[in-house]
Design a protein around this ligand. Structure first.
Ligand code: ADP
Ligand code: ZN
Length: 747
């Protein structure tokens, strides 16, 4: 009997989860997770090995083809990641092939791993004193180059750029046969230029020690084969959560393991990255940082460092949860309540939940940290699914800031010029800080100059022609811009409807507030931080450094400055319009507002000086605002969970949002109705279904959108029913139907 080794291969681009079987000669190492090239019909294709088995080929009745080769020697995906991919595919109803592709950085998705090469100069003779003596007085530069190269090859660009050697020296050395210039793979560490001063571990306070002990106990239990639950580290802003993570990571590293730390993209500021690099300055090459400013090549290099086990600590946003860290000893999800952990394209996974699943698969402790935990996580604590560690006090018993709520309806009545954006209280408080040399952060979650333009004569508002939304005024570009699709046009000088000449800007964006601040505080140094003003690569880093160095008095910004910043001299935080985001049709609107207010407020009074927060709102009695004002997360959670339970909203049920989109309105609507009919026909008990409805944003990027929402306490039941229903349902070519399990935006 002839047993031969075969592999199951999932071909790239396959949407049906089908695998093909190939022979894998014993001379090539293959394991699950390896990427291989295989013959497919008359071409060659790339795929992922999902299984290896020995089969009796003689009795098969047909001949198996051998694989053509592997994309790399080692598998790109660890066994743990392969299992995770299967879990994600099943839970979120996504093709497993798409999940696998999401786990890999772009340059390694093709039929070869495209490593970026660069011209490097390398010594090809032994560099010793005898050799160095051969250079005469006029060849000093050449001698220096040789001396440098005796330590190893150097990128040509660095030699002639940063280091300032003339190209002619390199050329002369080449001609003498001392060096060669060749293309080589270089690892570009995006932070290599920066020298980090080591910051040693701090002596933990009581609450911090207790939290760290809980994490270590969890790790110890898992180590000895017992079970352990994910841990919520619930600590007020400034309670020193990051220090606890840092020391927990250190323990993982000391026991020979690796760690992944997820931070929301927006909180992955240079400041956060620096804190990790500084703590682990001695092993800084073992720290990989994955943020969105990296080029594709840089991202790939960081990933490679992890795969090769050169880096054992990974800090990154959402997708860093897929880092191929081997022997994982800890996963931390910082600010676990952040919505940016949810991916909004297929596979629509929630990285915090994936972290918990990966922790189970890889038998490693998972720590979720927040000052304002998500209600999902809080409910898991209440039911005992998660463990809880609490830190109620700020470091050194610093007080939480005093929060004042300003009713802007009164401000509007007071002022002659109609509604204003700066209440008297806030303005006076700002003047006070300027006089004392203290700093202020102002927060407004809307970029641009004004919300839209309005004709007071006929009520005309400028809308996007591609989306069902208004256009935002941008003064500097002198354009009206759609924040959904990016469409822009010149602002009309007169009303296109009634030819009225008194068109006005309605509402305030950061650009407009900046202009007002410059008029009100003529001597203050003011800086605006939003995606329009921070376009260049290091601009945010430089601005935050300047702010830290007290070269800026007032920092005005969008949510880019709401999270994670730690500036001891900031004693005043102003929230200009707390209502943005409160009145949108979304079950999480209240929760988000509470979180945002608490987080923004947490930026004040982090140093020796006490902090104050001024919250401007038109709905001062809203529970989200009142609980935030009293720093009462637990009160808010009880209130909001009671509501959610009454209406069976998450976390008391899972939702599935099914959307049909098309450029043709009728076809999108018709397809959705067909789908709705099928879903309803064999609806299992335990699932409820809404009527077919237009999405809240009924048109986006020229696509019409209609939706139906399913609800059930069983996620598996929900997934099964949707999968079964959609299996033999086809839609017109120009209609796309998407499924979003546990959606974060109701479209
Ligand atoms: P959080 O992440 O909970 O908002 P941080 O970890 O940023 O809090 O800590 C707030 C501040 O307190 C930081 O400046 C940090 O360096 C400092 N800090 C944290 N732990 C200690 C400690 N044990 N002793 C002294 N300072 C600490
Ligand atoms: Zn648009």
């Amino acid at each position: 009997m002839a047993e031969e080794r075969s592999v199951k291969v999932l071909i790239d681009g396959a949407t049906n989860d089908l695998t093909f079987t190939y022979l894998a000669p014993e001379s090539v190492a293959v394991t699950p997770g390896q990427r291989v090239r295989v013959p497919l019909r008359n071409r060659s294709a790339v795929g992922t090995v999902t299984g290896v088995e020995w089969i009796d080929t003689a009795n098969l009745g047909y001949a198996l083809k051998p694989i053509l080769g592997t994309v790399s020697d080692d598998p790109f995906l660890t066994p743990g990641l392969m299992r995770l991919a299967e879990w994600i595919a099943a839970f979120y109803l996504a093709p497993i092939e798409t999940v696998i592709r999401t786990m890999l950085p772009k340059p390694s998705r093709g039929d070869e791993e495209k490593r970026k090469t660069e011209k490097c100069v390398e010594a090809i003779v032994t560099v010793d004193e005898a050799l160095l003596a051969t250079f005469n007085g006029r060849q000093e530069r050449q001698r220096e180059v040789m001396r440098l190269l005796s330590k190893g090859p150097c990128a040509l660009q660095r030699l002639t750029g940063d280091l300032g050697f003339p190209r002619s020296s390199v050329k002369a050395l080449e001609e003498r046969g001392f060096v060669k210039v060749a293309d080589r793979i270089v690892n570009r560490d995006p932070l290599e230029q920066v020298d980090y001063v080591e910051s040693p571990p701090l002596a933990l306070n009581e609450e911090q020690s207790a939290a760290l002990d809980q994490i270590r106990a969890s790790a110890a239990r898992l180590e000895s084969g017992e079970k352990s639950r994910p841990l919520l580290l619930y600590g007020v802003t400034g309670s020193g959560k990051t220090e606890v993570y840092l020391q927990a990571i250190q323990h993982a590293i000391e026991s020979g393991k690796g760690a992944i730390v997820l931070v929301p993209e927006i909180a992955l500021t240079p400041q956060t990255a620096d804190r990790f690099k500084q703590r682990f300055a001695k092993i800084k090459d073992q720290v990989a940082i994955l943020h969105s400013n990296l080029s594709e090549g840089e991202r790939h290099d960081e990933w490679r460092k992890v795969l090769d086990q050169k880096a054992r600590i990974v800090i990154g946003a959402r997708s860093a949860i897929f880092s191929p860290v081997k022997n994982l000893g800890l996963i931390v999800v910082d600010e676990e309540h952040e919505n940016s952990y949810k991916q909004d394209t297929v596979p629509r996974y929630q990285a915090r939940d994936i972290a918990v699943v990966r922790g189970q698969i890889e038998n490693c402790p998972v720590v979720l940290g927040s000052a304002t935990p998500s209600l999902e996580t809080w409910n898991n604590v209440r039911t005992g699914k998660y463990e809880l560690a609490t830190m109620r006090l700020r470091i050194d018993d610093r007080k939480l800031p005093l929060i004042r709520v300003i009713d802007m309806r009164n401000e509007g009545r007071k002022s002659q010029a109609g509604p204003t954006i700066l209440s008297t209280k806030l303005r006076v408080a700002m003047e006070d800080r300027l006089a004392k040399g203290q700093q202020t952060i102002l927060f407004l979650n809307r970029r641009g100059f004004a919300r839209n333009i309005l004709c007071p004569e006929c009520g005309y508002v400028a809308n996007c022609r591609h989306c069902s939304t208004t256009l935002t005024v941008h003064r500097k570009e002198d354009r009206l811009i759609c924040h959904i699709c990016g469409f822009s046009q010149l602002p009309p000088r007169q009303c296109p409807e009634c030819s009225g000449r008194s068109i006005v800007n309605a509402g305030y964006g950061t650009e407009r507030v900046e202009e007002i601040l410059r008029q009100v505080f003529t001597d203050a140094k003011i800086c605006r931080v939003d995606t329009d003003s921070m376009r260049k690569k290091n601009e945010l880093r430089d601005t935050l450094n300047a702010f830290r160095a007290k070269k800026i008095d007032i920092l005005l910004g969008t949510q880019m400055i709401a999270k994670g910043l730690d500036f001891p001299n900031v004693t005043l935080v102003g929230v200009l319009n707390a209502d943005v985001g409160l009145h949108i049709p979304d079950i999480r609107a209240g929760e988000r507002t509470f979180q945002l207010l608490t987080q923004v407020a947490g930026r004040a009074g982090r140093g020796e000086l006490e902090g104050e927060v001024v919250v401007q709102t038109y709905t001062p009695h809203h529970p989200s605002i009142q609980f935030a004002r009293h720093h009462d997360f637990e009160g808010f959670a009880e209130y909001e969970l009671a509501l959610r339970e009454r209406f069976r909203h998450p976390p008391f049920a899972h939702l599935a949002l099914l959307t049909a989109r098309s450029v043709h309105q009728e076809r999108a609507e018709f397809s959705l109705k067909t789908l709705h009919g099928r879903l309803k026909r064999k609806l299992p008990e335990g699932i409820t279904l809404t009527e077919p409805l237009p999405s809240p944003l009924v048109k986006s990027h020229d696509q019409w959108r209609f939706q139906v929402v399913l609800k059930s306490s069983g996620a598996r039941l929900l997934a099964r029913h949707i999968r079964e229903t959609m299996k033999d349902l086809t839609f017109p070519d120009d209609v796309v139907v998407t499924v979003d399990i546990d959606p974060y935006s109701m479209g």
